[in-house]
Ligand binder design. Sequence first.
Ligand SMILES: NC(=O)C1=CN([C@@H]2O[C@H](COP(=O)(O)OP(=O)(O)OC[C@H]3O[C@@H](n4cnc5c(N)ncnc54)[C@H](O)[C@@H]3O)[C@@H](O)[C@H]2O)C=CC1
Ligand SMILES: CC(=O)C(C)=O
Length: 274
Amino acid sequence: MDDVKERGDDMSTTGRPIEGKVALVTGAGRGIGRGIALRLARDGADLCLVDLSLDAVAGVSQEVVELGVKATTFAADVSDRDQVFAAVDHAASALGGFDIMVNNAGIALVESVADSTPEQVNKLWAINVNGTLWGIQAAAAKLIELGHGGKIINASSIAGHDGFPMLGVYSASKFAVRALTQAAARELADRQITVNAYCPGVVGTDMWVEIDKRFAALTGAAEGETYDKFVSGIALGRAETPDDVAGFVSYLAGPDSDYMTGQAGLIDGGILFR
Ligand SMILES: NC(=O)C1=CN([C@@H]2O[C@H](COP(=O)(O)OP(=O)(O)OC[C@H]3O[C@@H](n4cnc5c(N)ncnc54)[C@H](O)[C@@H]3O)[C@@H](O)[C@H]2O)C=CC1
Ligand SMILES: CC(=O)C(C)=O
């Protein structure tokens, strides 16, 4: 029983639960990724901000630094395994460690199952599924090299729990993220590396602007109609914000979730009840 730690043993005395930890967030330039980066910075972590270009993360980097922690930026396409490994190496060398990986980058595809083309499917899969896989691999390799545990956190979705019409391939990719999360959690548990996923609902980001426009083009719905319809199905009565998602990711990144692994938690305001 001696090795059983009491709750709070690892908590920082500053009230910032991940003070001094290093976190990398992909797709950090806008939307949910930006929200997560700012929240983890408020929680005390130093941040490596990754997106397709350095320009995309320059503004967020400034915001992170203003919160009193360190920030570094790196341009990487998560569908490219070497670039993801290079991003993790950069985080560790620029910030002096590595503890938390948030595989957030993803794209949407609004297309019927019948009409989805090989080009659309391959592009989506390369980013949403392969990108998450490379992120898990790179983070696990770095944590093992450094000789300590850590947290790997992946972006799934309500669409990772239910297949939505016109979002079938996207849904399949988010189911795949849950599968990778479960398998990696089992494989990495003995290294004290936890692997969990967050499953947002309808978050008012640029991704949803694009989803709504594409629904309008394909179905004849008015612009805004699809978004309003989805939001009207939320029990808590409003669209989700990046901060709503970031609060849950903060929990997954911090010590309070140390005994949780392999889970894909819904944070959707009450769309799905599981
Ligand atoms: N917006 C929503 O309602 C929901 C979003 N999600 C998931 O949350 C994550 C973030 O979504 P949003 O912030 O809404 O998306 P967004 O489209 O607003 O932002 C995505 C960010 O990822 C970056 N990105 C895209 N492809 C990339 C690549 N290949 N390599 C590196 N960076 C790349 C983009 O440049 C952008 O900065 C995605 O995985 C998405 O599938 C899940 C459920 C709901
Ligand atoms: C973008 C997304 O994951 C949904 C289902 O809203």
